[in-house]
Design a protein around this ligand. Structure first.
Ligand code: VTB
Length: 330
């Protein structure tokens, strides 16, 4: 007879993979009710409230390390907030209950509800500041692109490694005036640029999905979004490097307080997510990665991707919620 021993921590971590789907589903449905209403703050608040309610049902002893901001400015899911029912492992939690609040308010593609969970002390405690990032998908030799190399060099090296012409490479970045020089440098190589108005967590993840046609993420976005994207790439493969942009004394103080000693450190994925993690995202509005929430008669449909770094498993969960639809629980 074969005896199978399951380590308790491992069992809990596996179970959590599906549990966190409920968390992002609820946040997505709650904010989707305000899709296209032009109310950035209200849709974000709805996502935060729903996510917090679901998180508190999970068998975890969790601390929010990437959240909606510091305690005095965020009433819920603030950095340092304790979540979960305490009957489980100690974990770090990174959340962006509504990534792309403006996308949701304007009912534009690509708003998502997202979360990453990892063992306590393993996620980078990034402040709400900017972060310079570079990311590519899996299958390339390590170091083929580098955060500190000129953009032209990165595009040429990537094209060579992929076996295509530079003009057959597509970069993605946020459409911001701060990227004017970067855009000019990338275009000089002949590469195409896909400009996004918001949503750079998905922007990074697109690099790991050949169907999107995106090869490389470049530029400056939010630091919290950077850590969440790093968690996803830790699960599905790919390379990412990042550096916080700490440009004021006040921010330097805050980051020191959060345990960041070297403000200029170049982070690899393993520095932002220092162990195994889970990542999940549910579509709020439809985008290249996920379908948005669909409200039907007595049924609400959601589309979620959930990933687990231990095994590299990526699951797509398309759910039909009859109970939410009936009782309007969110
Ligand atoms: C990005 C993007 C977000 O903020 O991180 C961006 O992913 C960075 O800040 O969806 P700026 O808007 O100031 O450039 C968002 O656009 C909004 O949180």
């Amino acid at each position: 007879m074969v005896t199978i021993t399951v380590q308790p921590e491992l069992a809990i971590e596996r179970i959590l993979t599906l549990e966190i789907v409920r968390v992002t589903e609820r946040a997505a449905v709650a904010s989707a009710r305000l899709r296209g209403h032009g109310k950035d703050k209200a849709s974000d608040q709805a996502a935060v409230d729903a996510m917090r309610r679901e998180l508190n049902k999970l068998p975890i002893d969790g601390t929010v390390v990437i959240g909606e901001g510091e305690i005095d400015e965020a009433p819920m899911l603030f950095i340092g907030e304790k979540v979960g029912n305490k009957r489980g492992p100690k974990v770090d939690i990174a959340v962006d209950p509504l990534e792309g609040t403006t996308l949701c308010a304007k009912n534009m593609p690509g708003a998502i509800a997202t979360i990453a969970i990892a063992n306590e002390g393993t996620l980078l405690h990034a402040p709400d500041c900017y972060m310079q990032k570079i990311a590519i998908g899996p299958g390339y030799p390590k170091g083929v692109v580098d955060l500190d190399a000129p953009p032209e060099e990165n595009i040429l090296n990537l094209a060579k490694a992929k076996g295509v012409k530079p003009s057959e490479i597509t970069a993605i970045m946020l459409d911001r005036p701060r990227h004017a020089d970067l855009i000019a440098s990338v275009r000089k190589t002949g590469a195409a640029i896909s400009l996004i108005s918001d949503g750079d967590i998905a922007g990074v993840i697109h690099c790991a999905d050949p169907k999107t046609g995106i090869d490389i993420y470049l530029g400056i976005g939010g630091a919290p979004e950077g850590v969440l994207a790093a968690a996803a790439l830790r699960c599905i493969g790919g390379q990412m490097q990042a550096r916080l942009i700490i440009d004021t004394e006040e921010l330097r103080e805050r980051t020191l307080h959060m345990g960041i000693k070297d403000p200029k450190k170049k982070y690899e994925i393993e520095d932002m997510v220092r162990g195994d993690c889970l990542f999940a995202a549910t579509g709020v509005t439809s985008g290249p990665m996920l379908d948005g929430v669909r409200f039907g008669k007595n049924v609400i449909e959601t589309d979620t991707v959930v990933m687990r770094s231990v095994t590299g498993t990526v699951r797509r969960v398309r759910a039909e919620h009859r109970e939410f639809a009936k009782f309007h629980l969110d």
